[in-house]
Design a protein. Structure first.
Length: 274
């Protein structure tokens, strides 16, 4: 449960970048006819997901984004620090994924250039396979922007807003499960998954997400309405309570209380310290 929740909301959390991919280049693009593309490319403010029709996917979340010689250069984290370069090209965009050994002052080097056309409505089978995961990428960036350097209430409110499909300002079981399914997709993309991997993530992963969502709602739904508000997510966690208590009585052993405690504390710590 803990792993699922953290994966859903915190996958690859990075410090907010000062500059993102220009809005004109964001969205979904395709190589080949959008009805039967050779590959899809989804671009957000700080990430790129390449989804070929055959072969491994690639998800790069950028720790830095900068302009360089007519290109926008995004650099990911980790030991390899993968780089992706993008630029407008008429009514489409072009991308380059430079060789890791190419120096920054020699980019893009000899890496091939790929041209992408705007894909407004991908075929239903691809929308079913990738839609919820793609939606999570933008939502995750908004959560990170609110949580890194912000206050706990603002962070929790951003989580609720990211998952609130119905518009009632609350998170129901289905809405939480949607976030968790998106997390399963993102993990598959980050690990270079292929079509069957994504299908498994949305199948078996969907069942696990629903169970985890039900447990989370039941554990934090203090008013019993079947949904979670930002206030319920932040109950006793958004601010330190006053130093009250009682002088009477004697301390009891607390070891038995430790199991399962700290789930949301760990979530907030991860958001605040990245």
């Amino acid at each position: 449960m803990k792993r699922l929740l953290l994966a859903a909301l915190l996958l690859g959390a990075v410090p907010a970048a000062a500059q993102g991919i220009p809005e004109a280049m964001r969205g979904t693009w395709s190589v080949g006819d959008c009805a039967a593309p050779d590959a899809l490319l989804h671009v957000t403010a700080r990430s790129v997901a390449r989804l070929p029709s055959a072969g491994p996917a690639r998800l790069v979340r950028f720790r830095s984004v900068q302009a360089q010689d007519g290109w926008t250069l995004g650099t990911g984290g980790g030991g390899e620090a993968p780089r992706v370069m993008l630029r407008p090209a008429g009514d489409g965009i072009e991308t380059v994924e430079p060789d890791p050994k190419t120096r920054d002052d020699r980019l893009p080097g000899n890496a091939p250039v790929t041209r992408w056309a705007r894909c407004a409505a991908p075929p239903p089978v691809l929308a079913l396979l990738h839609g919820e995961g793609i939606a999570l990428l933008g939502a995750l960036e908004r959560i990170e922007a609110a949580c890194q350097g912000g206050t706990a209430p603002a962070c929790l409110q951003a989580v609720v807003q990211a998952g609130d499909v119905s518009g009632d300002g609350l998170l129901g079981t289905a809405e939480i499960a949607r976030l968790l399914r998106g997390a399963a997709w993102a993990l598959a993309a980050q690990d270079g998954g292929e079509a069957d991997t994504f299908a498994a993530a949305s199948g078996l992963g969907g069942v696990a997400a629903l169970l985890a969502a039900r447990i989370l709602v039941e554990s934090l739904d203090y008013d019993g309405d079947g949904k979670l508000s930002a206030a319920e997510l932040g109950q006793d966690r958004a601010a330190f309570p006053p130093g009250t208590g009682a002088a009477a009585g004697q301390p009891m052993a607390v070891e038995a209380l430790a199991e399962g405690a700290g789930l949301l504390r760990a979530l907030l710590e991860r958001l605040a310290t990245q």
